[in-house]
Design a protein around this ligand. Sequence first.
Ligand SMILES: NC(=O)N[C@@H](O)C(=O)O
Ligand code: NI
Length: 164
Amino acid sequence: MAEILKIQPLTQDAFAPFGKVIEADPASMRYINGGTTERYHALTEVEAVGEDAKVIINLFRGSPRAFPYAVGMMERHPFGSQSFSPIDDRPWLVVVAEDEGGKPGRPQVFRAGGRQGVNYRRNVWHHPLIAVGAVSDFLVVDRLGGGVNLEESFFDTPFIIEQP
Ligand SMILES: NC(=O)N[C@@H](O)C(=O)O
Ligand code: NI
């Protein structure tokens, strides 16, 4: 019987085991450009390791997922972090899992606001982008380079996300 996953709000503390939430954190803000710009400084760091590793910036245009949605697999990137920052100010879902002996444990689902991004630390289990409600653009910063930077793991029984 497929287990239904609870959705929790995305907070820095709750997401800490998996990476950082990218959002306008007042504690990181400093004024620049003669006071005309608020710089939210060094919110997180990018990891890019291994052969010929470099950091790239991408745009992902995600089609909305249909719900109930079956979380049948998770993936991770052994050589680099991966960040997703929504451009359209639309809520979306983040699905991550702790590592349990080289496999993902029970997925955890977070509801991200339209101005909340995440940076998955290197080798953190996550589900590929889950856009909600409409086609949504995301700025994605991740790693290009040698080696296979994608490891996938499939659940024997999928987990269900009922409604976002
Ligand atoms: N394949 C790809 O670049 N995207 C995934 O890594 C993802 O997390 O969406
Ligand atoms: Ni990924």
